[in-house]
Ligand binder design. Structure first.
Ligand code: PMP
Length: 345
C-alpha cells in the first residue's frame, strides 16, 4: 500500500461549505459579516513587492511583539500559526507521545478528533470537565478545550478552567477562537508567572474578520512555546499575512466595534428565535446553537439551503437536533427569520 493504514482509515475533517454564488446568505462557518480594518487594506496596497522575493520572517518578530502588547504577555510567550488550525496540529505533534491520547469535550470542534487520527493516537470525548479523571484521563497528554465552546456557544468560567488545568497533568489548550465575543476569557491563565501547562489560542479569522488570511496565535509558558517553534515549518506565516495581521492588531479598536455589532445582533436574534419557540443555548460566541420548535433540524437546514441561506448542521447523537447559525448582519438575520416564518405557514 502506498498510503499508510492510518491515512487510509482516516475520516477527513469536513469544513463548512463555501458556496460560489454571490447572492447567498452565508451563516455556516462563523465568519464575521463586517470587513476587516481599513488599515489592512492600506497594508496590502502599500506592501513592497520586493518583500515577496525573500522569505518571510520565520520568527514573525514585529507581529509577535504587537500581539504580545495586545494580550499583555512577553513576546517569548507567543507563537503564531497559519491559522489556529495549524497551531492545533503542531500541539498534537509536540505534546503527545505515540501511546498517549488527546481529549476534548464532546461536542466541541470536530477537527480535534481528526488531528488525533492523523497522529494515529486515541481521542477521548467528555461530556464535561468533571469526567476527566481516573482511568479515563490517565493517557491524556493534551486536552483541547474550546471556550466558548463550539458548536454550543456556551462559556466556561475562567475559575473552572483554572481548576481543571491545575489537576490535569498534561497540556491544556484553551481554544479561544470566539473569546472576543464573550464576557470573559482565560488569557490570564496563560500569562501567569506560575503557569506550567496552559496555552490560550486565538485567531484572526473571527473577531478580526480575516478568515481568508490564515493567521492564528497562542500564548503560553516559554518551554511549550519553544517546542512549537521547533516543530513548525520554517516559514509557516507568509509575509503578506504577517503585514496584514500586524495592521489589524494595531487597529484592534476596529475589531472591537465589529464585535459590539455582532453581539447586539446576537441578542436580538436569540430573542426572535425564542419568540418562535426555538430552544437556544446561551451563546457567548458569534453563532447560536438552536433547536427548531416544530421541525427537524436537518429538514430546516435543507429548506434554508434551497433558498441559498446556509447554516450548519452536524449529524451525530449530541448535535443532530439543532442548527448552528452564525451571527451575520441584521439584514441577513432578518432574511433567515423571514424564511423560517414562511416554512411555518
Ligand atoms: N478553533 C475553533 C473552535 C474553530 O471553530 C475554528 C474555526 N473553524 C478554529 C479553531 C480554526 O480557526 P482558524 O484556523 O481559521 O484560525
Amino acid at each position: 500500500m502506498l498510503v499508510t493504514r492510518c491515512v487510509q482509515n482516516l475520516t477527513a475533517y469536513t469544513p463548512g461549505e463555501q458556496p460560489k454564488a454571490k447572492d447567498v446568505v452565508k451563516l455556516n462557518t462563523n465568519e464575521n459579516p463586517y470587513p476587516p480594518s481599513p488599515k489592512c487594506a492600506e497594508a496590502l496596497t502599500s506592501f513592497d513587492l520586493d518583500r515577496l522575493r525573500r522569505y518571510p520572517d520565520p520568527e514573525f518578530t514585529e507581529l509577535r511583539k504587537s500581539i504580545a502588547k495586545m494580550v499583555r504577555a512577553k513576546a517569548e510567550n507567543i507563537f503564531i500559526g497559519n491559522g489556529s488550525d495549524e497551531v492545533l496540529a503542531l500541539c498534537a505533534k509536540a505534546f503527545v507521545e505515540n501511546d498517549e491520547a488527546i481529549g476534548s469535550l464532546d461536542p466541541s470542534y470536530s477537527l480535534y478528533k481528526t488531528l488525533a487520527a492523523i497522529r494515529d493516537v486515541e481521542w477521548r470525548g467528555f461530556g464535561d470537565l468533571g469526567e476527566v479523571e481516573g482511568a479515563a484521563a490517565a493517557k491524556l497528554a493534551l486536552f483541547l478545550l474550546t471556550n466558548p465552546n463550539a458548536p454550543t456557544g456556551v462559556l466556561k468560567p475562567r475559575a473552572e478552567v483554572a481548576a481543571f488545568a491545575k489537576r490535569f497533568k498534561g497540556v491544556v489548550v484553551v481554544d479561544e477562537a470566539y473569546a472576543d465575543f464573550a464576557r470573559e476569557n482565560c488569557m490570564a491563565l496563560a500569562t501567569g508567572e506560575k503557569n506550567r501547562n496552559v496555552i490560550v489560542m486565538r485567531t484572526f479569522s473571527k473577531s478580526f474578520s480575516l478568515a481568508g488570511l490564515r493567521v492564528g496565535y497562542c500564548v503560553g509558558p516559554k518551554a511549550l512555546i519553544d517546542a512549537l517553534y521547533k516543530v513548525k515549518d520554517s516559514y509557516n506565516v507568509d509575509a503578506i499575512a504577517q503585514a496584514t495581521a500586524l495592521a489589524a492588531v494595531k487597529d484592534a479598536k476596529w475589531m472591537r466595534g465589529n464585535v459590539k455589532k455582532v453581539v447586539a445582533t446576537r441578542k436580538r436574534f436569540v430573542a426572535e428565535l425564542k419568540k418562535r419557540g426555538w430552544d437556544v443555548m446561551p451563546s457567548e460566541a458569534n453563532f447560536v446553537f438552536a433547536r427548531p420548535a416544530h421541525a427537524k433540524a436537518a429538514d430546516v437546514f435543507e429548506r434554508l439551503r434551497g433558498r441559498h441561506i446556509y447554516v450548519r448542521y452536524f449529524s451525530g447523537p449530541k448535535t443532530a437536533d439543532r442548527l448552528r447559525v452564525t451571527i451575520g448582519t441584521d439584514e441577513q438575520m432578518a432574511k433567515l427569520l423571514a424564511a423560517l416564518d414562511e416554512f411555518d405557514k
